[in-house]
Design a protein around this ligand. Structure first.
Ligand code: SAM
Length: 267
């Protein structure tokens, strides 16, 4: 089937990979699962066979109608909708359980989808998502790695993420230009445990990684923090004055944010 490149339509044609994705979140009996971008239904049929209810969210009207016609209502509900406007909280409330989310994502909106899932973290238990391999490397990156940045910190603040396996372009039709990896994300937000304010910390994480070649101190100065506040925060948080943001764990970034907040409040 010819895909619409603008909608990221690269259909999975690797039956082994489809089984591995459907099995990647464990036993689906009794569960409500949401599939993002079901397309022609390659993963959907494996999910319908395993789960109590599948909610498929597909933007393409033709694909959504074809999928709806293939299954008895009850096992599969198709929403012809942009997933970025999908209400995960309402779906979870109506299912009376946290959701499991699957998706071979449309790559042109991968980051907005990851951020949307993060914002819906209290309604989602786990997700298994096919993303471009480079994105998988970024979201799973640990401190000290070249790939560690604001997307890693933001996603990992919502719970642990790991790469399960990687597929070559030939596993898709038409083949994309990139390799793809399946990541598994367990939603367990860390804001309360690290005593940080979610809406304030996320822009802070973007600020500290704004210019990766600059030191952390220079990025904070560029964001408007006073040099003496930065110096005393580094001392309290035991951070070296020449440190770069990519060396700092989530825990150290949280300590730094808390100390800078306290200094701000004392002004
Ligand atoms: N799941 C199918 C598979 O693995 O063969 C298709 C995956 S394809 C990479 C991405 C799918 O997402 C396409 O069916 C595309 O139409 C759909 N899509 C694109 N943008 C979307 C959006 N904003 N919301 C929901 N679905 C979208």
């Amino acid at each position: 089937m010819p895909g619409k490149p603008k909608l990221g339509q690269n259909f999975l044609n690797d039956t082994q990979a489809i089984q591995r994705i459907a099995e990647s979140l464990g036993d689906l009996r009794g569960r409500t699962v949401v599939e993002i971008g079901p397309g022609a239904g390659a993963i959907t049929s494996a999910l319908v066979a395993r789960a109590a209810h599948v909610i498929a969210v597909e933007l393409d009207a033709v694909l959504a109608a074809e999928l709806r016609a293939q299954y008895l209502p009850g096992r599969l509900t198709v929403h012809q909708q942009d997933v970025l406007t999908f209400n995960f909280a309402a779906a979870s409330a109506s299912a009376q359980q946290p959701l499991l989310v699957f998706g071979n994502l449309p790559y042109y909106i991968t980051s907005p989808i990851l951020l949307k899932l993060a914002a819906s973290a209290t309604s989602i238990e786990r997700a298994a998502l096919m993303v471009q391999r480079e994105v998988a490397d970024r979201v799973t990156a640990q401190p000290g790695s070249r790939d560690y940045g604001s997307l890693s910190v933001t996603c990992q603040m919502y719970g642990p993420i790991q790469t399960l396996f990687t597929l070559p372009p030939s596993s898709f039709s038409p083949p994309p230009d990139v390799h793809s990896s399946v990541i598994r994300w367990r939603f367990a937000p860390r804001f309360a445990e690290l005593a940080i304010d979610e809406p304030a910390f996320l822009p802070f994480a973007r600020t500290v990684f704004a210019q990766k070649r600059k030191t952390l101190s220079n990025n904070l100065r560029a964001a408007g923090f006073a040099p003496d506040a930065i110096a005393s925060a580094f001392t309290s948080a035991a951070i070296d004055s020449r440190a770069r943001a990519e060396e700092l764990s989530l825990e150290s970034l949280a300590v730094l944010w808390r100390v800078l907040q306290q200094a701000d409040h004392r002004k």
